[in-house]
Design a binder for this molecule. Structure first.
Ligand SMILES: C[S@@+](CC[C@H](N)C(=O)[O-])C[C@H]1O[C@@H](n2cnc3c(N)ncnc32)[C@H](O)[C@@H]1O
Length: 211
C-alpha cells in the first residue's frame, strides 16, 4: 500500500498514458454492451481509458487506493465530484463517473453489480498471491453474465522485478477457470519493448464472461 502512495506522491507513474489504450478501442465492441452499461475499472489510477468508456455512453466506476490519483482525475477535467465516506472508502461521484477511493480488497460484497469490467494494468500490478482474491472481488462486484476485457503482459519474471508482474496466458486460464468463460482475442510479441532488458514480452487480450 505504502508502495503505491509513494509512487503517486513522487509522481513516479510511468504506467499512466496520455492516450487511450489501443487494445481497448480495438476490442471493446466485441463485448456487445448496451451503451448505458455500468463498467467497473479496478485499480483505475487516473486513466484516460475511463473517459473513453464514458464517451461510449457507459457509467464508469473506478476503484483506486490513492486519494491523490482520484483527486487528480477529477481536477484534470475540472469536475467537482460529490464526496461521501462509505465505511473504509470515500465515494467520489460526478456522473457518469464514480470512483471509490480505498482498498479494493476491503470493498463489501455487492457494493456494485456492474455489467462489465475493464482491466488494464490492474491484475498485472498485483503479485501472484493477491490475484485469486482480486478475481473473487470481480465476481462479487459484477452481475452474472458480466463481461470483462483483460489486457496482460508476460515476460520472464526473473528478468525484472515487478510491478508489473508477469501474467502468462496459462495463469489467466487458471485464475478464471471457475465461474468464467475465456476467449483470447489477441496475442502479440512486443519487439520494441525489449529495450527494458527482457528477452521476450508478449501482450495478450482476453474477453472474459462471468457465467
Ligand atoms: C499500475 S497502476 C494502473 C492504473 C490504471 N489502470 C492505468 O492503466 O493507468 C495500478 C493502480 O492501482 C492502484 N492500487 C494498487 N493497489 C490497490 C488496491 N488494493 N486497491 C485499489 N487500488 C489499488 C495504485 O494506486 C495504482 O494507481
Amino acid at each position: 500500500m505504502e508502495f503505491w502512495h509513494n509512487r503517486w506522491v513522487t509522481e513516479q507513474i510511468g504506467w499512466h498514458r496520455s492516450e487511450v489504450n489501443e487494445m481497448l478501442v480495438k476490442h471493446w465492441s466485441c463485448l456487445n454492451l448496451a451503451p448505458d452499461a455500468e463498467v467497473l475499472v479496478p485499480l483505475c489510477g487516473k486513466s484516460l481509458d475511463m473517459v473513453w468508456l464514458a464517451e461510449q455512453g457507459h457509467k464508469v466506476v473506478g476503484l483506486e487506493l490513492v486519494e491523490r490519483a482520484v483527486e487528480s482525475f477529477f481536477l484534470e477535467r475540472n469536475m467537482q465530484p460529490e464526496k461521501v465516506t462509505k465505511g473504509q472508502h470515500v465515494r467520489y461521484k460526478s456522473p457518469p463517473f464514480t470512483v471509490m477511493q480505498g482498498d479494493l480488497f476491503a470493498l463489501k460484497t455487492n457494493t456494485f453489480r456492474a455489467d462489465a469490467w475493464y482491466d488494464r494494468a490492474a491484475m498485472i500490478a498485483l503479485p501472484d498471491a493477491s490475484r485469486a482474491a482480486y478475481v473473487d472481488q470481480l465476481r462479487q462486484q459484477t452481475k452474472a453474465g458480466a463481461v470483462g476485457l483483460l489486457i496482460t503482459y508476460a515476460y520472464p519474471q526473473h528478468e525484472m522485478d515487478g510491478p508489473p508482474f508477469a501474467l502468462h496466458d496459462d495463469d489467466v486460464r487458471r485464475f478464471y477457470a471457475e465461474g468464467f468463460d475465456l476467449e483470447q482475442l489477441e496475442q502479440v510479441e512486443l519487439e520494441d519493448e525489449r529495450g527494458r532488458g527482457l528477452s521476450s514480452i508478449t501482450l495478450s487480450v482476453f474477453k472474459i464472461t462471468r457465467t
